[in-house]
Design a protein around this ligand. Structure first.
Ligand SMILES: [Zn+2]
Length: 64
């Protein structure tokens, strides 16, 4: 059971995209604890255009 969300995080670089995704998770899905493992998973999902695709990773056990 995940969170149904179409959010796709993009940034000027991989770090920006990742930061945007994490900010979104915290603000919208109220995830307080994002583990290093989750960060690494999200980082790995960042693609060439510096976007973290929807469904490309899970933070806190739910989709973004
Ligand atoms: Zn979301």
């Amino acid at each position: 059971m995940g969170i149904d969300c179409d959010f796709e995080a993009c940034g000027e670089n991989a770090e920006e995209a990742l930061k945007t995704a994490i900010d979104h998770a915290r603000a919208i899905h109220r995830l307080k604890d994002i583990s290093d493992k989750d960060r690494m998973r999200a980082r790995a999902a960042v693609q060439d255009a510096f976007c973290v695709p929807k469904g490309g990773y899970n933070l806190g056990g739910g989709g973004l």
